[in-house]
Design a protein around this ligand. Structure first.
Ligand code: ZN
Length: 374
């Protein structure tokens, strides 16, 4: 079976405007493209195409999520506010989530594209799937947009998988360099959804993603944060997967694994200070696939989040798509030699210490009641 591929030119029409970086009050900064602009994603799609891989993927045409579907995660007043602003000239969905006229429909198409990918996998039409959607979703909160995100694409898809498709347990692995705060908050009191976020320690949002945030109430233990120190490279990411992420999935026994896939943990990203490279993403994909194979028939859906290096995101994305589809193209990674031999790529002692702390969370993961209850 093929790997599903969700893409739509309309995602690239989501308009974040020109930007004076992070400080909108400061007037004397020459405006530049917004970090979250279409080019990085379009180049990812184009590299998949010219590398010859696109022809072997199963194209999935995204639909718009319905209001009912996004209301499973978001507040009525928030959805209405975004809709109303979109009818006029657009605005900001919250803090740092700009959009222009018509942005509401594109945000619904981003959530809907992730739903399309989930349905295709659950229907057995594809083995696994990647949704290259825009705007991203993992920072979006119940009643406000944040960090370039409007609707929580992955969280909306998780609830769809449970409420409409009847799955009991869903796990979300977030390898974006920023904390998946929105996904954590959507499910922190819910033991049926395991959320795991690997991110750069105290980066964005600055005040969230601490290792102590383990879920609340009945959901205690169902949220795992691995706040890796800045400068973490291939060794740290792979160790975190082998020692925490994969054992956590095995303990939780999900019916579906979703990945919030950002490539801003790469060595060349302007919005992160980590050192991952294409093989890091390939290996993390391989490890998650292996776990999904043994736990839930290989049911795996990735939805695109951040990643802001127009040069390098495409090669990280290509490595993931090659791994998902079991193919190798001749495109290669022009930065591989430089990135993989850089100092500090091996697991460092202070990174090992954080991963060791996260390992202690494994015993607290909510287990499936019984084998028959699944
Ligand atoms: Zn990010």
């Amino acid at each position: 079976m093929a790997t599903g591929w969700v893409y739509d030119e309309r995602y690239m029409w989501h308009d974040t405007g020109r930007s004076s970086a992070h400080n909108e009050e400061r007037k004397w900064i020459q405006a530049w493209e917004h970090y979250e602009n279409p080019e990085t994603k379009r180049r990812f799609r184009n590299l998949i195409d010219v590398a010859g891989l696109l022809d072997d993927l199963a194209p999935l045409k995204p639909r718009k999520a319905t209001e009912e579907e996004v209301l499973r995660i978001h507040a009525d007043a928030y959805v209405e506010r975004v809709r109303a602003m979109s009818e006029e000239e657009g605005g900001d969905a919250g803090v740092g989530s700009p959009f222009k006229r018509g942005g509401y429909e594109i945000a619904l198409l981003a959530a809907g594209g992730t739903l399309t990918a989930v349905d295709a996998v659950l229907d057995g039409h594809v083995q696994n799937a990647y949704a290259l959607v825009r705007p991203p979703g993992h920072h979006a909160e119940k009643d406000w947009g944040r960090g370039f995100c409007i609707f929580a694409n992955v969280a909306v898809a998780v609830r769809h998988a449970q409420r409409v498709r009847g799955l009991e347990r869903v796990a979300v692995v977030d390898w974006d360099v920023h904390h998946g705060n929105g996904t954590q908050h959507a499910f922190e009191d819910d033991p049926s959804v395991l959320t795991i976020s690997l991110h750069q320690d105290r980066w964005f949002p600055r005040d969230s993603g601490m290792i102590e945030e383990r879920g609340t109430g009945a959901g205690l233990g169902s949220n795992i944060n691995i706040p890796l120190p800045p400068g973490s490279g291939h060794g740290a990411y792979v160790a975190a997967f082998e020692r925490v992420v994969i054992p956590a999935l095995r303990a939780f026994r999900p019916d579906l694994v979703m990945v919030a896939s950002g490539f801003d943990g790469s060595m060349y990203d302007p919005l992160g200070r980590m050192m991952a490279y294409s093989e890091t993403y390939r290996q993390m994909t391989a490890l998650v696939m292996e776990a999904a194979d043994s736990l839930c028939g290989g049911r795996l859906v990735l939805s695109h989040e951040g990643g802001y290096s127009p040069i390098y995101v495409p090669f990280c994305g290509l490595a993931v798509m090659e791994q998902l589809s079991g193919q190798r193209t001749i495109a290669g990674d022009p930065m591989f030699e430089s990135a993989s031999t850089a100092g500090g790529q091996e697991l460092q002692a202070h990174q090992d210490a954080v991963i060791a702390l996260a390992e202690q969370l494994l015993s607290g993961i909510p287990r499936a009641a019984t084998a028959t209850a699944r």
